[in-house]
Design a binder for this molecule. Structure first.
Ligand code: HDE
Length: 681
């Protein structure tokens, strides 16, 4: 599709254009530009003889193929990337001198990559896992990378533990499984023995870990950063991405099934949304704390296992990111993009969070092996849109042709250029924080409360969310073979909430802890997904119908659904045209085989005049699954009979109607609500 118009004026897009290559309607050549006359048969001695080494085209083609793979990311291997733009709503001038945050209306190009963490590149889209949420802002002062996650805290407090943590969550070394799962012994053994993870584990067991759509999840910078203004004054800042469509998750049974039915479910959803022009949008929020208030909280602002509750430090919305262009080539863009939390611009600086400090080392280091050398910044996707000049030279794959003799500083033969810029000229100056202390290896006393915010998270959940957390712990620990580990984890949960620990203990066959509990009564309503935005926009509705369906009615309903920005898909026993009772035809684009109910957000049952037993049986399966996952169900005409046979007509979120007009309105309301938790399931 022609996306050119959408990105007019986007400097990154213009920069990428000369690198794009359209091979259509061209002759086939070697990499040396030689036209090739034969691409199916290698050069042989006679048609049945041996292949000749002389066949340079064969050798070049095969050699290139042999080298096509690069190491996958050691974490966050499976990702989806897209281009877009960020627009500033509100000036941050009082807090930061970052140029792209000065004037409302300023737009900068961005590239965002969203990922799962533990699974390999070829794993599936909805494991129970954290999602990476990394955005590269191509600003006129250089690239700013906000390399965050969809959860605002982390498992560990110090970067030195990261290799241990990742070893524990990855497939176990002696078996090579499980893939993309935390439900196994080594992960929970790590958690039980590194209890700083308590808060993060609550997030991981919550619905946040199974987003229904990547367009419907939050993002967080996690660490505390610093904004520095043009007077050199600093404020602590935390970054948030808030999705315009609200935060919505799958339920666990559904997620597991989606992973089998369509392992690419999340990536396909966001890809198609962008192709359809339903551009995903997130607003950027900041929480700002003056440096003087550093010690005013009952947690340490440097501790990455803590949030700043939004009710205490409000999130100020300052801009919006819109993703509006899919990549042309997944390898060149999504795979080769290299993020680094250390890519900052003047006005944005770091805090002493020991997790962040360690990350500042790791990201360049990992690109060196992953992208094969020090010139990965020259790859088109990674280039800043502003010029860059320095005395770095050579290395594998070097593309820049630096001219002149001098590649050192200081010099006289090039007038001592390239020369450092003063702060006034835009040179980056590290914030001059005064730091004193002994060199020690220890955890700060202020980092030692691992449980209060974990309990606050629990307190903030609705009953349904609490039930999901309890179920998730029970599932995960249920997959742990070692009873001792199960017991240890349950004893740990007791410090968060005794009742939860006792229920999980019962479910996983270990002793109920009798002591523990927490006296934390604080809650933060912003943590509950229930308090989110509800809209029907972009939701996918399965419309199940058979030959002889009531076409006049269905046509009106489908039209109504489309008017509310939803996407109806007609499903039937076979693909192709299905005829209605008045001769009107509708195209079935999925069958019961390909259109499993877990792939849709809602179901509209139409049925047909004389439906076969098989049709009714398969529709009933769709009804049952959709019902069980708390999703909206609507029915008109013969479809109502099928709901009746399934005994669910009176249940919440199940809408039946003879009056088409009323039906559409009530059904759309039910669709917007997305899940109807008070069902008798
Ligand atoms: Fe990362 N992380 N990380 N991480 N991380 C990587 O860099 C690392 C952490 C995050 O789409 C790696 O290029 C250490 C927190 C994202 O390309 C690697 C520590 C947060 C991505 C690495 C952390 C993140 C990565 C692997 C502990 C949220 C994917 C490939 C100190 C704030 C970016 C790569 C993309 C990727 C190291 C912890 C986010 C190895 C050492 C906390 C979104 O460098």
């Amino acid at each position: 599709m022609n996306q050119e118009n959408k990105v007019n004026g986007n400097s990154k897009n213009k920069q990428l254009d000369p690198f794009r290559s359209d091979d259509r309607d061209k002759h086939l050549t070697t990499n040396q530009g030689l036209k090739v006359s034969e691409d199916e048969f290698s050069l042989k001695v006679g048609s049945r003889g041996p292949t000749l080494m002389e066949d340079f085209h064969f050798r070049e083609k095969m050699t290139h193929f042999d080298h096509e793979r690069i190491p996958e990311r050691v974490v966050h291997a499976r990702g989806y990337g897209a281009h877009g733009e960020f627009e500033l709503y509100e000036s941050m001038k009082p807090y930061t001198k970052a140029k792209f945050l000065q004037n409302p209306g300023t737009k900068v190009p961005v590239f965002t990559r969203i990922s799962t963490v533990a699974g390999s590149k070829g794993s599936f889209d909805i494991p129970r896992d954290v999602r990476g949420f990394a955005t590269k802002f191509y600003t006129e002062e250089g690239n700013f990378d906000l390399v965050g996650n969809n959860m605002p805290v982390f498992f560990i407090q110090d970067a030195i533990k990261f290799p241990d943590f990742i070893h524990a969550v990855k497939p176990e070394p002696d078996t090579g499984y499980p893939q993309a799962a935390s439900a196994h012994d080594t992960f929970w053994d790590f958690i039980a023995n590194n209890q700083e993870s308590a808060h993060m584990v609550m997030w991981l067991m919550s619905d946040r870990a199974i987003p229904r759509s990547l367009r419907m999840m939050e993002g967080f910078g996690v660490h505390t950063f610093r904004f520095v203004n043009d007077e050199g004054k600093a404020h602590f800042v935390k970054f948030h991405w808030k999705p315009k469509l609200g935060i919505h998750s799958a339920v666990w049974d559904e997620a597991q099934k989606i992973n089998g039915k369509n392992p690419d479910f999340n990536r396909q959803d966001i890809h198609e949304s962008i192709e359809n022009g339903d551009y995903p949008e997130w607003e950027l929020g900041v929480q700002i704390v003056p440096e003087e208030d550093e010690f005013k909280f009952d947690f340490d602002v440097l501790d990455p296992t803590k949030i700043w509750p939004e009710e205490d430090v409000p999130v100020k919305i300052i801009g919006k990111m819109t993703l509006n262009r899919n990549v042309d080539n997944v390898f060149a863009e999504t795979e080769q993009v290299a993020f680094h939390p250390g890519s900052v611009v003047p006005g944005i600086d770091f805090s002493n969070d020991p997790l962040l400090q360690g990350r500042l080392f790791s990201y360049t280091d990992t690109q060196l092996i992953r992208l094969g050398g020090p010139n990965f910044h020259e790859l088109p996707i990674n280039r800043p849109v502003c010029p860059f000049h320095n005395n770095q030279r050579d290395g594998y794959g070097r593309q820049t042709i630096n001219i002149g003799k001098s590649s050192y500083h200081n010099n006289s033969i090039a007038n001592n250029t390239p020369s450092p810029a003063s702060v006034e000229e835009g040179g980056y100056e590290h914030y001059q924080e005064k730091v004193e202390g002994r060199k020690i290896q220890a955890r700060s006393e202020s980092f030692k409360d691992h449980f209060s915010q974990a309990t606050m998270f629990w307190n903030s959940m609705s009953d349904v969310e609490k039930q999901h957390i309890q179920d998730a712990f029970s599932f995960e620990l249920g997959m742990v073979n070692n009873k001792h580990i199960r017991q240890q984890v349950v004893d740990m949960i007791a410090h968060i909430h005794l009742g939860l620990a006792q229920k999980v203990a019962d479910n996983v066959g270990v002793q109920q802890p009798l002591t523990g509990g927490s006296d934390v009564s604080k809650s933060s309503p912003a943590l509950s997904q229930m308090n989110t935005i509800y809209k029907p926009d972009t939701l996918k509705i399965a419309v199940v119908l058979d030959e002889g369906f009531n076409d006049l009615e269905v046509e009106t309903v489908i039209q109504g659904l489309k008017e509310h920005q939803t996407y109806p898909t007609v499903i039937s026993s076979k693909l192709g045209r299905i005829k209605g009772e008045n001769g009107m035809e509708l195209e079935a684009t999925a069958t019961f085989d390909t259109g499993d109910p877990v792939l849709f957000d809602a179901l509209y049952v139409v049925g047909g005049k004389n439906s076969s037993k098989d049709f009714t049986k398969k529709t009933s399966y769709m009804v049952q699954e959709t019902f069980k996952h708390f999703k909206p169900i609507g029915a008109t005409g013969k479809g109502i009979n099928i709901l009746r046979e399934n005994g669910i007509t009176e249940e919440p979120g199940v809408i039946t109607g003879d009056q088409v007009g009323n039906f559409i309105t009530t059904f759309i309301d039910a669709v917007a609500a997305q899940r109807h938790w008070n069902r008798n399931v």
